[in-house]
Write a protein of this length. Structure first.
Lengths: 111, 153
């Protein structure tokens, strides 16, 4: 099951995302939490400790490349498998929740 | 027990950025549900409202609102009315919870600060709802894992 959570900054979406991830994990599901916010703080909200937070780094840019659509629009295409990305870059936090921090690409002017 | 846990469906939770404008159809094609967090004031509701047609345009079928930081029955009514007018179902209503700010000040997860916080209770209910709505009934009943103390909160 894949759940995406959006909302205005300060709406509480990160707190809700983190708590939802922890609750699913406590219910016995393997959980992957992805921080897709350009101002990332999902790790803290999930309760990662200092060491885990230090290890949580943005996914390197080479996992995605820009491709041009037939209609001329650029988009990002993942070049590695999700398993490969997760195995190499996810940090395991409380309740066994695995966390990935999104790649800081494609956001001119963000943050 | 291990076998039961092993057979459980995996869950991916994505904390998105506020705006979905830059997302391509491919990025969100496999999302089973988009939850839009809405606070009971005008600009937050407008932001949530703008997200919905965009998300529908990207091909996401299940889009729900989460009413958050509700301090009163009037707050709840404001979100409910807005969502009804915008054809958006409210999947969870979460009261304003001082524990959230306190946990944040301490740099820890709400669930570690107080596992019985109102937000945690409501989000637990939300997880149950999502399991039944999105996954159908194919899930094996699992014994909940004991919470893990992080020793920070």
């Amino acid at each position: 099951m894949k759940i995406a959570i959006s909302g205005k900054g300060g709406s509480g979406k990160t707190t809700i995302s983190a708590t939802l991830a922890r609750m699913f994990a406590r219910q016995g599901h393997p959980v992957l939490a992805i921080d897709g916010d350009p101002n990332p703080n999902l790790g803290v909200a999930l309760g990662l400790n200092a060491g885990q937070l230090a290890r949580l780094q943005p996914i390197p840019r080479d996992v995605a490349k820009r491709e041009q659509d037939p209609d001329g629009k650029f988009r990002l295409v993942i070049t590695k498998s999700v398993e490969e990305i997760t195995d190499n870059h996810a940090v395991t936090g409380p309740d066994g929740v695995r966390v990935l921090m999104g790649s800081r690409v494609d956001h001119p002017g963000a943050g | 027990m291990g076998e039961i846990v092993g057979s459980a469906e995996s869950v991916t939770v994505m904390d998105m950025e506020a705006s979905l404008e830059h997302l391509s159809r491919g990025t969100v094609r496999h999302v089973d549900a988009l939850l839009v967090v809405a606070e009971p004031y005008y600009r937050a509701l407008e932001t949530a409202g703008r997200t919905v047609p965009l998300a529908r345009g990207l091909g996401i079928e299940r889009i729900y609102a989460i009413a958050n930081k509700l301090r009163s029955a009037e707050d709840e009514k404001a979100v409910m009315d807005y969502c009804r007018n915008h054809n958006l179902e409210v999947i969870a209503a979460i009261p304003f919870d001082e524990d959230v700010a306190t946990a944040d000040r301490m740099g820890c997860a709400v669930i570690d600060y107080d596992a019985s916080a109102r937000l945690v209770t409501e989000v637990g209910r939300l997880a149950d709802t999502l399991r039944s709505m999105v996954s159908g009934n194919g899930l094996v009943d699992k014994e909940p894992l004991p919470g893990e103390a992080t020793g920070r909160c």
